[in-house]
Design a protein around this ligand. Structure first.
Ligand code: SF4
Length: 302
């Protein structure tokens, strides 16, 4: 599918929910049956649950000492200002991202760096809505199609287009999928993903020490809440002046203009702050001692 507009129109012509239409077309393309594809997607949905639960339960730091234990800290905390949904989304976004930093099993949706956003949003909706699991499975097909269209027309890797490409795409996927689960229209799905993606245009990728930890883990928490806001705005009838396809085009243009030093090279931004450099030297030192990339650090070592 070349564009969001074509996706919305094709589903409407077929008289099907977007996710069902995507599943049907994927079955045709891969000469398999829709039930098999749904089974595979149910497996991913299970991994969403597992990675969120594992990340929330694990209080340990990562080997680098940069992250870890914050999702668990959030589960023990009673929020003073956030509502239950925003608190849950932030906690799960961080939990799945911490699970990734600890090399646990996650679903890259669309990438490992942004893996917490889609699960956090959908698990939050699951906790609030009385809808069958199949609605979430359907929404995962929609999320996948949105990610495919962005990959086709722009980029989804921080190394190519900055963090707007990774986290921005995850926000767009979560926003469209979330609106579908809530029973919104394709117009509202387009609005939600456009609003969410617009708001992170230009976001750079500057991870400390080249690890997907800082700013990535906490960024997943913030952006899960961000996607929830996009869903709420769209469901309320707030319209994006610029349609989704054009926002994706803008993201592609901006991605090409972001300096290479701010595209996952860790040569600028947070990565080269005095603190970032201290961590980077420690991480490099360990890599030198462990040519295969092993890491013998204790959290307090950094
Ligand atoms: S900062 Fe870079 S590595 Fe981290 S999530 Fe964003 S794109 Fe991925």
């Amino acid at each position: 599918m070349a564009s969001l507009r074509e996706l919305w129109e094709a589903a409407a012509r077929a008289g099907m929910p977007v996710g069902d239409w995507v599943c049907q077309e994927e079955a045709k393309r891969t000469a398999t049956d829709t039930e098999q594809l749904r089974r595979r997607m149910r497996g991913m949905w299970r991994i969403f649950h597992e990675s969120a639960a594992e990340g929330s339960a694990d209080a340990d730091k990562t080997p680098s000492g940069l992250t870890g234990g914050d999702a668990q800290r959030m589960t023990r905390y009673t929020p003073q200002f956030l509502g239950e949904a925003a608190w849950r989304a932030a906690t799960n976004g961080m939990a799945v991202s911490e699970a990734n930093a600890k090399m646990r099993r996650i679903v890259a949706c669309p990438t490992a760096g942004s893996c917490g956003i889609l699960p956090a949003v959908l698990l939050t909706l699951e906790s609030r809505l009385d809808v069958p699991e199949e609605d979430f499975i359907r929404a995962l097909f929609t999320a996948g199609a949105v990610g495919d269209i962005i990959a086709e027309n722009a980029m989804i890797a921080g190394a190519v287009g900055g963090c707007q490409a990774e986290c921005g795409t995850a926000i767009a996927m979560a926003a469209a999928a979330g609106v579908e689960v809530c029973g919104g229209t394709t117009g509202q799905m387009d609005d939600a993903l456009a609003l969410g993606l617009k708001n992170v245009l230009g976001l750079v990728c500057d991870p400390i020490g080249g690890l997907v930890e800082v700013p990535c883990v906490k960024r997943n928490a913030f952006h899960a809440v961000h996607a929830l806001v996009a869903i709420e705005l769209a469901l309320a009838g707030v319209h994006s002046v610029v349609p989704g396809d054009e926002v994706i085009g803008a993201m592609a243009q901006i991605g090409r203009m972001i300096p290479k030093s701010l595209r996952e090279r860790s040569e600028a931004g947070l990565a080269t702050t005095p603190t970032g450099c201290v961590y980077a030297r420690k991480i490099q030192g360990r890599r030198a001692r462990h040519p295969l990339g092993g890491n013998d650090a204790e959290p307090s070592d950094v």
